[in-house]
Design a protein around this ligand. Sequence first.
Ligand SMILES: [Zn+2]
Ligand SMILES: [Zn+2]
Length: 396
Amino acid sequence: MSVNRFTLHQRRKTFLPDIPERSCLYPLAPWGVGTSDVESLTSYVARLAAIHQVPTGILLGKYVTPIISQFTDKDVPRISHSFWRAFGTDTGAWNGLGVMAFNCSVAVCSLTKQHHLHLLTLLSCHQVLSHRGLLRPYKAWCPACYEEWEKLGIVLHEPLLWSLKLVTVCVRHQQRLQHQCPYCYRSLYWLEWNSRPGFCSRCHQWLGKTECSREMLDKEEEVWQAFVVKNLAQLLVAAPTFASPPPRENIARGMKLCIDAVTGGNAKAFADKLYYSASVPGEWRRGNALPQLDLLFRLCYCLQVPLLKFLTGEVVLDEPVSLIPLPEHQSMRKKYRPFDFARVQGLLEAALQQSPPKTMRQVALEIGYDPGDLSKYFPDLCRAISVRYKRRKLEA
Ligand SMILES: [Zn+2]
Ligand SMILES: [Zn+2]
C-alpha cells in the first residue's frame, strides 16, 4: 500500500462519522419501560401516529400492515388477513402474549429502531400464562390519572396494566376504571382510526374528567385489587431484567410445591379449597395447561406467594402453610347456565323504565348476569340504560 493510499484510508477511518441506524418512523422512546406505569404497545402506536400528525389508521395502513403482511404462518396463510379481520375488534391482542403481539411489536420495532417494544406487551410471560381471560377487548382508563398527567405535563399514555381484565380499579385514585366515553357512551377499541391516549377515538372528547360517577369500592375489593396491582407491578418492573422468558416448567414445579404444602399432594382437595374446577390444579401440575392469570391470583393471594416468584420458579413455602380466605367475589365457582335471552331482554326493558334510573353495572348485578355478556347480546338496550342514567345525573 502506498503512503498516499494508506493516508487516505486512515483519514476515511478517522473522519467517518458515527451514523446511527436510520429509522423509517420517528424513533419515539417508549414510556415507562421497567416501571409499573409502562405503556402498552397500542398506546405507543397511537402516540407514534400523533407525533407524525396522522390518524392512527393511516400509520397502520401505510407502514405497519405491509410489514406484518410479510409474516406467514402455517395455520394462517397471510397474517395480514387475520390482522385486518382482527383490526378494531381485537387490537387488544397487540398488548398480549400471542402471535399478534409478537408480529406487531417486531413490525413497530423495525420501523422505529426501538429495540425493546416487546416490553410494552406481556410477551415475556408467553410460556407461563394462558391467554384466556387475560385482556379486555375495550379500553379502560382512570380519568383522574389523565387529569393529573395533563396538569403535571406527563406524557399521556395508556399503561399496560389497564389492558388487563383483572385490573378494574386505579389503586392510586381509589376509583374504578372507566370503560365508556362519558360523552358518546361508546366503548373504545384499543386501536381505531383516530386513537389517541386521553381522548375518545369516536367523538374526540377529553376523557380526563373526574366528575363522572364514582362508585364506592367495598373493602374486600379494595384489598384484592391492591394485591393484584402490587403483584402485577412487580412483574412489569422485573420484565426487562429477564435474561429469557420464564419457562413453562416453572408452573408445574410451583404447583407441585403448593399442592404438597396445602393438601399433601391431593390436587382435587386443593381445587376445592381455592374454588377451582376439580381438574385445574392437576393439569397445571402436570404441565398440560397454562394457568389463567385470574385463577393463578387466587393461589397467590391465599398462600401469599408473590406472582413474580411463582412465574420465575422461585416459590418458597414456609411450613406450616395457612391459607388466607379469598374475598367473596373470588370464592364462587362460575355457574354455567344457559343465557335466557327472552327473560334478560324483559328485565333490561323493565330496567329502562325504572325510576330513579340505575347504572348499567347496578342493573347487571340485580339481574345476576355479567355486564360484558349483557352488552354483547343487547348493546342498544345497555347503551340506552347508561344514557338515561347519565342524562338524569346531569339534570340533577
Ligand atoms: Zn388513577
Ligand atoms: Zn366519545
